[in-house]
Design a protein around this ligand. Structure first.
Ligand code: ATP
Ligand code: MG
Length: 883
């Protein structure tokens, strides 16, 4: 047995099975293709499921692959065992009703003992309890001694997943020697420790699990095998764990370097180092396959892995974001086998940086709060439980992942109530659902369609024609079952030119008519079983099932949709050219009045870039590019460079929308014949809708013209308002601005001048009341500040020791305010400005008061202002009389 690099093991395996007439296929994306039962591909057979069930025909009866896999179910093992990663590569050979157990076992044995050259005495086999057939092959054909074949139960050696194909397995284990064992007397093949490590699992898919729980034999049994590439490389390189093999140790070392740690110095650190090493690999591979961080589904798996890695970085004492710095080593180690890594590298590291930074910001806040709770629990010393409600708040407000919370609490020996947490989660979901409660009839998921005849089908004819004159009415369904009288119906025909909403393109509108009635279609949708429902209202008469009908779409409406659809293809191409090939469609909506396109990009598209993109699309419109639709095999399409969607299942042949080579997309929608028909393209907005996902909205054709016209009208109105011509608007605005600046300055000057005059006038008009110098100022429209300023300036002009009272009356639109000032010496003689102003305000129907030296107050009745001044004067006289 000689040292072998991971890449060499992979190649040896695939070519070995090619030698056994297997067709070698590329790894499928980590994102399952049209398989709702699975978030991420977790085994070599997962993307081949339809071949196993017979729904699809495989390109060959024998296949071999090296498949990227993600297993978050193993997340708790990662870092602790020698053999688990959340990301790993699985080698496999598959037979679809072709060879079976004997070949699978013999070839497996041949590969490990001859190609890998592993000594036979280090290998063990296991079979399912009663699978004597497999046992005999191992014992007789291969000839391994009985003590090295074990019979294991369902948990280890029977593969099944819900209903459907299933069967017993047989595994090949490698004995790494006593030093890796747990030391227990029971330690043997199947033990959880790292001594007998499972290398290869051969699954004999020979049964079908039925609804009643029984197993019926399959006519054509299948073979599905899975061998962990990292594990095999670990054996060939004679290293302790998969983290020490050639391709992974470079990542591990980089983690150590960033953390300034030595591997194998501290067991606790080592766990964190291995966790980061593994998780960053998962993150890079997932993002390269188009997964973006989010709060649900696979996006959440990604977010969780990334955040967990970030947190272990914190545990290692790494300050600040470090994950992007690991991308290079991950890519370098695996890019030869996985091109997409190099292609997406820049994008992936930018996205990781964005996500890690965001996490650090929110998590720090959350950690602080969590720390307070931990301290509280520690000091209480009672139940070591954190309430699920608090856990949920942390999650909801700070994005604190519950798994992370659990981990941190575990270190403190605290638990939290998962049940309570889930309840809160459920409540929130209900709130969200209530918020988007349906108000209109949306069709697709409506149960009214479940009663349609099983055989009912509609042929779609609308790719080529707008009108069908020889259709037949197959069924009519009331949209609202409860309302017998309603003429809100769904009509089903045997053929139709109406496009039903799909792939983001909105459904058609139009008219269906028979001899007896006319029906106006306001939407066309696909309902259960892919049938086309024409949703609308009776306009005239009635329509009967079985009657001949003609169906005609609203041509204008469809053309508007098509303009937006073809423009969307141009836009996508222009975006990719301008921003990079990481731009991928994340969603699209094409309606008659606008188009919406969501795509992956890490940052805002700046106005300059947007302008360019808009220009490119308009250039392509002017180039009058013919749009051709053709059918091709998926392979041919890929070779032509067609842009396909992630997670979209395509059949044997695919429909290509080819804009003469400029843009080639797989698409089932309807399009124009030539880009010229788009007329014009106008971007309306660009915004972010989720982490790494941007949205562009745009209009075309008539909507663009209407948009420009609207702008033009507005411009004209502005010109009219400014009493100038459109061309002079700018100059006119500049003039107005400088004019208004001048006026403002003039006004300031005037105000100061008036204020200045007022001071002199008021001072000149002195009245002696019982020995007090009383000054009265009658003013208008001053704000409180100006009034105070004025008072200050009069006060400053008073002589020292002068016994003075200043009464300022200020008339405003519908009220009056007073400011009364009493000099120190006046105050000493018994004057109290607060009391005076209170009396004045009261006279005018208001209230208020203040200090003895100065006070302000107001009333609602300006007509009484003079009366109020007289009242104040009278009070001053009284005080003088008393004193
Ligand atoms: P184990 O019991 O060791 O977790 P398994 O029974 O889950 O393995 P299978 O589902 O049979 O493994 O997968 C087939 C092969 O894939 C395994 O024999 C192993 O070599 C490899 N493998 C499985 N899980 C992992 C993992 N988390 N990391 C690396 N390799 C794995
Ligand atoms: Mg497992």
């Amino acid at each position: 047995m000689r040292y072998m690099g991971l890449n060499e093991v992979r190649e040896k395996y695939l070519s070995f099975f090619e030698g056994k007439e297997h067709l070698r296929m590329q790894s499928f994306s980590l994102v399952p293709n049209n398989d709702k039962s699975l978030l991420l591909i977790n085994a070599g057979m997962a993307p081949l499921k339809t071949y196993f069930t017979g729904q699809e025909t495989p390109p060959s009866k024998r296949l071999t692959t090296c498949q990227k896999c993600i297993r978050t179910a193993d997340i708790d093992n990662v870092g602790l065992t020698a053999r688990h990663g959340t990301f790993f590569e699985m080698l496999g050979n598959f037979s679809f009703g072709d060879y079976f157990k004997k070949e699978a076992i013999l070839w497996g044995w041949e590969f490990v003992t001859e190609v890998m050259d592993i000594p036979a005495d280090k290998l063990y086999a296991s079979v399912y309890l009663d699978d004597d057939e497999a046992y005999d092959i191992w014992a007789k054909n291969v000839g391994i001694p009985a003590e090295r074949i074990s019979r294991l139960g369902k948990e280890d050696n029977f593969w099944e997943h819900g209903l459907g194909p299933c069967g017993p397995c047989s595994e090949i284990h490698f004995d790494r020697g006593e030093k890796y064992g747990c030391g227990k007397a029971t330690c043997a093949v199947g033990c959880d420790c790292d001594r007998y490590i499972e290398l290869w699992n051969l699954v004999f898919t020979q049964f079908n699990k039925e609804e009643d729980g029984s197993y019926t034999p399959l006519d054509f049994p299948n073979i599905d095998t899975g061998m962990g590439l990292e594990r095999m490389a670990g054996v060939m390189q004679n290293v302790d764990t998969i983290f020490d093999i050639d391709t992974i140790c470079s990542v591990r070392d980089r983690v150590c370097q960033l953390a300034n740690k030595t591997y194998k110095a501290d067991p606790k650190d080592d766990v964190s180092i291995r966790i980061i090493t593994d998780h960053i690999r998962s993150v890079v591979f997932m993002m390269s396959d188009g997964v973006m961080p989010s709060n649900e589904g696979r996006g959440y798996v990604l977010r969780r892995l990334l955040r967990r890695a970030a947190r272990h970085g914190k545990l290692l004492g790494i300050d600040g974001a470090f994950l992007p710095k690991l991308v290079d080593v991950v890519v370098e180690a695996s890019q030869d086998a996985y091109q997409e890594l190099a292609e997406k590298k820049e994008f992936v590291s930018t996205m990781i940086a964005v996500e890690e930074n965001r996490f650090r910001e929110t998590i720090d806040q959350g950690l602080q709060i969590l720390q307070e709770h931990i301290e509280r629990i520690n000091s209480q010393g009672a139940d070591r439980i954190l309430s699920g409600t608090i856990a949920f708040q942390l999650y909801d407000t700070f994005g604190f992942p519950p798994e992370l919370l659990k981990e941190i609490l575990k270190e403190e020996n605290i638990t939290f109530s998962d049940e309570e947490f889930q309840q809160e989660m459920k409540k929130q979901r209900e709130r969200a659902r209530a918020a988007r409660e349906k108000t209109t009839f949306t069709g697709a998921e409506e149960t009214v369609y479940h009663k349609l005849d099983v055989g009912l089908q509609t042929a779609y004819a609308g790719y080529d024609i707008d009108e069908v004159n020889d259709a037949k009415v197959l069924a009519i369904i009331r949209n609202n079952e409860a309302d017998e009288a309603s003429d809100d119906l769904s009509i089903f025909l045997d053929k139709t030119p109406f496009y039903a909403e799909a792939g983001g393109q909105k459904g058609d509108r139009g008219i269906i008519s028979t001899d007896t009635g006319t029906f106006s279609v306001y939407d066309t949708i696909k309902v259960i079983g892919g049938r086309i429902a024409h949703v609308g209202k009776m306009e005239r008469g009635s329509i009967e099932v079985d009657s001949p009908a003609s169906a005609c779409i609203d041509r204008q409406y469809r053309m508007d949709i098509q303009r937006n659809h073809s423009a969307t293809h141009l836009l996508q191409k222009a975006l990719r050219d301008a921003l990079g090939s990481h731009v991928e469609q994340k969603g699209s909506e094409v309606s008659a009045d606008r188009l919406r396109f969501d795509f992956t990009h890490y940052t805002q598209v700046n106005p300059e870039e947007l302008k360019n993109i808009e220009s490119v699309v308009n250039e392509k419109i002017l180039e009058a590019i013919p749009i051709n639709i053709c059918e091709k095999s998926l392979d041919e399409a890929r070779k032509m460079g067609a842009v396909a969607l992630f997670g979209e299942k395509y059949g044997e042949t695919v429909r290509l929308v080819d804009m003469s080579g400029y843009s080639i997309e797989l698409c089932g929608g309807t399009h124009l014949g030539n880009t010229m028909e788009i007329g014009s393209f106008k971007l309306l907005s660009e915004s972010g809708i989720a982490a790494g996902v941007r949205r562009i909205e745009a209009i075309t054709g008539r909507a663009a013209v209407a948009h420009y016209r609207d702008r033009e009208d507005k411009l004209r109105q502005i010109a009219d308002l400014l009493k100038t011509s459109e061309n002079s608007i700018m100059q006119r605005i500049l003039n107005l601005q400088s004019e208004s600046k001048n006026i403002r300055m003039e006004l300031e000057k005037l105000k100061t001048k008036i204020g200045g005059n007022a001071v002199e006038e008021i001072l000149a008009d002195r009245e002696d009341i019982g020995g007090f110098d009383v000054y009265v100022g009658r003013l208008r429209d001053l704000d409180a500040n100006a009034l105070r300023n004025l008072n200050d300036r009069i006060r400053d002009k008073l002589k020292e020791k002068q016994s003075a009272v200043i009464i300022l009356r200020n008339l405003l639109a519908d009220k009056v305010s007073f400011l009364i000032y009493a000099s120190d010496s006046a105050v000493a003689s018994g004057i109290h400005a607060g009391n005076l102003v209170k009396a004045a305000a009261k006279t005018c129907g208001g209230g208020g008061g203040g200090k003895a030296g100065m006070a302000q107050a107001g009333g609602k009745d300006p007509d009484k202002a003079e009366e109020a001044i007289e009242a104040v004067k009278k009070m001053i006289q009284e005080i003088s009389d008393q004193g």
